[in-house]
Design a binder for this molecule. Structure first.
Ligand SMILES: Cc1cc2nc3c(=O)[nH]c(=O)nc-3n(C[C@H](O)[C@H](O)[C@H](O)COP(=O)(O)OP(=O)(O)OC[C@H]3O[C@@H](n4cnc5c(N)ncnc54)[C@H](O)[C@@H]3O)c2cc1C
Length: 412
């Protein structure tokens, strides 16, 4: 086994304050921040240890094809500041592309809303990171932290003991924890084991994800373009690359999956137009159905759900990860303030869940509105919808409040 933390005998249970299941985008920073606060933490993942990855993006063929394969996440300012406060930002920043402006437009209608970092008197509205690099950087910090890392360690079962939770883990025996945090993604085994049910909304949309190379500079501008089949988002990355999320009608999926790179590039260009110049090349794409899957509760006995295990959102407006970071921030603060020494204390977990409800509900409402409100099938007439964009553009204080909400900085 590669990880040096996996040397204890499988028959001896590992005892920790907190076990975080899932070393993904959410589990990794949570484990690091909890460990820095003095909790003993085990971080478990079914997959292997994150590998080293090239961070440079230049113009030669190899780095071009690497750049065209990225999967990206937009971090809002709230998330960036959270990473900064927890000493996690410095190494992530090397690869992060600042968003200097956001353009929101509606295909076929006049009207666009612009939010700019200059107007807000800040350096950037947010940052776009390559998920693989982001995980690699956080993993490097984990290696030098006190976090007990267990890779190739699938959790197969969860049992409640009197004062702890017992995890049965492949290749690592048992782990006993006072608090169990499920960051194990959409198909969360922890959620299933604790019998927390989920509710599902089908947006009747799918998303094509990929990278596109431009023929000119993007200047750090992110674009959200509302179309008949749903939003089309383009996020800036270093060089002349942009990450895109292209929402389509499900009945277009088969045709789009059968398209060559050139055919898809042409389609993307005609959907987006030429405000970013000519698109040069598109990378590998994959298509996924768009659903909202929400757990009916965030906490159960000695257990908290975070990230996709708690809630999968529509990707419009890039809210899912940023919301998850606010959840983990609140969890850490609640544990910090606790007068009891048991991090799995029922009252503590209930208090955490209650204080997160308003923010979670308002983000669900916002993403629902953006996912559905500008579609061809929406009940709001097109000229009124673009009028709303014009109106928002004209009224600076409202635009500022909208920006603050989506940037996650209203509470800072
Ligand atoms: C197309 C798209 C674009 C998005 N863009 C943005 C954006 O720009 N901004 C934003 O804020 N959000 C965005 N999101 C949301 C964001 O991607 C999610 O919030 C984030 O990926 C959630 O990560 P996670 O760590 O919860 O789950 P995951 O990344 O799925 O990690 C789960 C981990 O758990 C491990 N695991 C699973 N089962 C077990 C088990 N039994 N035992 C041990 N380990 C296990 C897995 O190996 C994995 O490493 C987007 C989402 C989509 C779909």
């Amino acid at each position: 086994m590669k990880d040096s933390d996996q040397q204890s005998s499988p028959t001896e249970p590992i005892d920790v304050d907190v076990a975080v299941v899932g070393a993904g985008l959410v589990g990794m920073p949570l484990a690091l921040a909890l460990s820095a606060k003095g909790w003993s933490v085990a971080l478990l993942d079914a997959g292997g240890e994150p590998g080293e990855q090239s961070e440079a993006v230049s113009v030669d063929e190899d780095s071009r094809s690497i750049a065209l394969k990225q999967r990206c996440t937009a971090l809002n300012l709230g998330t960036q500041q959270w990473l900064l406060q927890h000493d996690l930002w410095k190494s992530v920043a090397v690869d992060a592309c600042p968003i200097t402006r956001v353009n929101v437009s509606h295909k076929g209608y006049f009207g666009a809303t612009r939010l700019s970092a200059d107007e807000m008197r800040i350096d950037a509205l947010g940052y776009v990171v390559n998920n693989a690099n982001y995980i690699t950087q956080l993993h490097k910090l984990c290696v030098t932290s006190g976090v007990k890392r267990l890779y190739n360690a699938r959790v197969n079962g969860v049992t409640q003991l009197q004062d702890a939770v017992k995890l049965s883990v492949e290749n690592a025996g048992d782990v006993h924890a006072k608090l169990l945090v499920a960051a194990d993604g959409i198909t969360s085994l922890v959620r299933e084991s604790t019998a927390i049910s989920t509710a599902q909304v089908d947006y009747d949309q799918a998303a094509v994800l990929g990278m596109v190379e431009l023929s000119s500079a993007h200047e750090g501008v992110a674009h959200e373009r509302f179309t008949q089949s749903g939003p089309l988002a383009l996020l800036p990355r270093p060089g002349q690359y942009m990450s895109f999320v292209d929402c389509i009608n499900p009945d277009e999926q088969q045709t789009i999956e059968g398209m060559s790179d050139d055919e898809y590039l042409q389609r993307l260009q005609s959907r987006f137009g030429y405000r970013l110049g000519r698109f040069n090349k598109v990378g590998p794409r994959f298509v996924l159905p768009l659903l909202r899957i929400e757990s009916t509760t965030q906490v159960a006995q000695r257990t908290v759900l975070v990230g996709n295990a708690m809630r999968l959102l529509h990707p419009v407006g890039g809210q899912g990860y940023n919301l998850a970071i606010r959840d983990i921030d609140s969890l850490i603060r609640t544990l910090d303030k606790a007068t009891v020494s048991d991090p799995g204390d029922d009252a503590l977990l209930d208090q955490f869940a209650a204080q997160r409800l308003d923010d979670q509900k308002s983000i669900v409402r916002l993403t629902d509105l953006l996912a559905r409100g500008f579609r061809g099938k929406s009940a709001i007439p097109g000229h009124l919808r673009s009028g709303a964009l014009l109106g928002l553009d004209a009224i600076a204080p409202i635009r500022k409040r909208f920006a603050e909400k989506t940037m996650g900085i209203s509470g800072l």
